[in-house]
Design a protein around this ligand. Structure first.
Ligand code: PRX
Length: 642
């Protein structure tokens, strides 16, 4: 059993079998990162090799210029493992939420045929290379099939998390200008059927969506518009099971994924074909040490980048089995997730600290019958993991024998970029680890000087960046420049995360330095929440801050200027409903405080930092520079009394 303050290294057995087990790999990556990535890229299938590996015109950069590729050809007919070796292997396991319904299993050949059929159907509907296709699907096999079908024909998928509300869907569809939406009649969540089609119909209003393809999953009553709505099954049933891959330029668009930033509407992050493929393949292979017999369960929804890269693309590029689960991991009983691991013989389990803390909260007794003998590696992602959760995960789930990789990355980076490699280590609770070989990170102070070990600063990524880093914000070059390349220079990628290094260079992430909060690992902008709240007709002003939470890591609390209304409880409920409607249930505020005034600077800027400190116990700092210092005392009393 590993105790507090410890360091862990892989067992000799693990190390001997691991793809990388020698620290020399870091030196090799450092010596010439471009050459290093080129060598890695060669292992994949290209229709045509690139002419130039890297080009940098700050803030823009390109990788593998002139190379021709299609990510689905790298998965299927051009698999690095050899198509004949993988075609009859299980590619995908789907576990439904209701325990009385059977799982579905797809071999690589099954998946290839279905992807081709759906790709052909999309083509018949007029979808061409470069067209955007919206995907608003729950965790069903068709979500992966849709993504791959788009990639097969060069269409750009843009997945919207199915728990987002129709308003959130609408904004995202407007941002990507998608022409077709793929959705489902419904799905199961905690024993209930959620009618997704209804939400989809609302969400496409005011967008460019012409057709809606509907997967039959829940077999429930749904609204239907003849001519516009089409059943998935009917569309594909007579389609050919072969579809030639569209030959894509390395720098052609592969997908868009919306994510939250400090201000404004969600940004559509641009990921391109060649670099993303190379990075997805290699990061999975080395960080999760994918071997042919592995069965991976990455619990992230496909609607997030983690689902894109490590539920879909990376495991499939590596020819292993990926598992997806429709429901909540603690339904119908707290040990559902443990049952799934045992039943499906999962070997690699990748989840978020919030889930780990929730499992721990249910009590270790429920695990007494689970030996997890098939598990050989654990991963954590999405938010900082505290030492307690780390140790519990390592000892109780990994039984002290599985390497635990804490992986740092972002929607923008496309793949994991900071972690300990499982065949090398060390694994140090709360420290994510070292930059992936061939990537160059630093921690800068406000002047752009490198911070010494132990000193907090801003985490930055330096040239030549990585092949999978975002290439832009869709149709918004100003935002791209402003968000990522303007804090230090046009050659320094600003992550928006605070961090520090230990004396061995291991990096610890502290958290976001912008107005983004991570609620149960979900990325939410406080500004988006405020916009949702301010749409209520009786609210003129509000401020949302993230405060620490034992399970979810961080949760939003809202301060609302409100002087009217008699029934305050009813009003608070209305505010919650407003957020549910505008965004969805993923980031409902833990508390709502109705206040008279918000602390502001003399220029009128709301001082969210002060509001946050009222919860964290940090020094409030000098209040005399505020325009209304007395507001702080009033809020303090409110928090105390509520
Ligand atoms: O703050 C960091 C946090 O999640 C942010 C990125 O969120 P998103 O784009 O939704 O991608 C999440 C999954 C890749 C980062 O800026 N974050 C991610 N992983 C970690 C983390 N914080 C601490 N430790 C991590 N392992």
């Amino acid at each position: 059993m590993l105790k507090k303050g410890g360091l862990y290294y892989p067992t000799t057995r693990f190390k001997n079998k691991a793809w990388v087990n020698d620290r020399k790999i870091y030196k090799e990556g450092e010596k010439n990162p471009v050459k290093f990535w080129e060598k890695l890229a060669r292992e994949l299938f290209w229709f045509k090799k690139w002419q130039k590996p890297f080009e940098h015109t700050p803030p823009y950069f390109k990788w593998f210029l002139g190379g021709k590729i299609n990510i689905t050809s790298s998965i299927f007919e051009g698999s690095p493992q050899g198509w004949d070796k993988i075609k009859d292997k299980t590619a995908l396991i789907w576990e439904p939420e209701p325990t009385d319904q059977p799982s579905r299993i797809f071999t690589y050949q099954d998946l290839f045929s279905l992807v081709s059929q759906f790709a052909n159907a999309l083509k018949k509907l007029g979808i061409k290379k470069g067209d955007r296709v919206g995907i608003y699907l729950p965790m069903v096999p068709e979500i992966i099939i849709s993504m791959l079908a788009c990639a097969r024909i060069g269409a750009v998928h843009t997945v919207v998390f199915s728990a987002y509300s129709s308003s959130a869907l609408q904004i995202r569809l407007q941002g990507s200008e998608a022409k077709i939406l793929i959705t489902a009649d419904g799905y199961y969540r905690r024993g209930k059927i959620i009618n997704l089609k209804q939400g989809a119909d609302e969400g496409i209003k005011g967008t460019k969506i012409e057709r809606v393809i509907v997967v039959k999953r829940a077999v429930n009553e749904i609204p239907w518009q003849k001519g516009k709505d089409l059943w998935w099954d009917e569309l594909i049933k007579d389609e050919n099971t072969k579809c030639e891959a569209e030959i894509m330029d390395s720098e052609d668009l592969l997908f868009l994924l919306a994510t939250s930033g400090s201000t404004g509407r969600p940004k559509q992050i641009v990921h391109n074909c060649g670099g993303y493929t190379v990075q997805a393949y290699w990061t999975g292979k080395w960080i999760f040490d994918f071997h042919p017999e592995d069965i991976l369960w990455c619990t992230s929804d496909l609607g997030w980048i983690t689902g894109h890269s490590y539920t879909c693309y990376s495991p499939l590029l590596n020819g292993i089995t990926t598992l997806i689960f429709e429901g909540a991991p603690d339904f119908p009983a707290p040990d559902r997730w443990a049952k799934i691991i045992e039943e499906h013989k999962v070997t690699i389990f990748y989840t978020a600290p919030t889930a780990i803390r929730m499992f721990e909260r249910y009590g270790t007794e429920i695990l007494k019958d689970y030996k997890f003998e098939t598990l050989r590696l654990l991963g954590s992602v999405g938010e900082p993991i505290d030492e307690g959760a780390w140790l519990w995960y390592f000892n109780e789930v990994g039984k002290g024998r599985c390497p635990l990789v804490d992986t740092w990355w972002q929607t923008e980076t496309g793949g994991i970029l900071i972690t300990s490699l499982p065949g090398i280590g060390p694994f140090k609770p709360t420290f994510t680890g070292l930059p992936f070989p061939g990537t160059k990170f630093d921690i800068f102070d406000d002047e752009g000087k490198s911070c010494l070990p132990g000193k907090e600063g801003n985490l930055v990524l330096l040239p030549p960046f990585t092949p999978g880093l975002l290439r832009g914000v869709y149709k918004n070059p100003e935002k791209y420049l402003e968000t990522y390349w303007s804090q230090y220079s046009k050659e320094t990628y600003f992550t928006s995360d605070g961090a520090f290094k230990d004396e061995n260079g291991l990096i610890r992430i502290i958290g976001r330095v912008d107005d983004v909060i991570k609620v149960a690992g979900h990325r939410v902008a406080t500004g988006e929440l405020e916009n949702a709240i301010n749409k209520h007709p009786e609210i003129s002003e509000s401020a949302v801050v993230g405060i620490p939470d034992e399970i979810k890591g961080e949760v939003p609390v809202a301060f609302i200027c409100y002087t009217g209304a008699e029934n305050l409880e009813h009003f608070k409920k209305e505010v919650v409903e407003q957020i549910r409607k505008e965004i969805g249930p993923i980031a409902l505020p833990k508390e709502i405080y109705l206040v008279e005034d918000l602390p502001k600077t003399r220029s009128g800027k709301i001082m969210r930092r002060i509001l946050k400190r009222l919860f964290t116990g940090e020094e409030l700092g000098d209040l005399s520079t505020l325009a209304n210092p007395e507001s702080v005392e009033g809020i303090k009393q409110k928090i105390k009394n509520d």
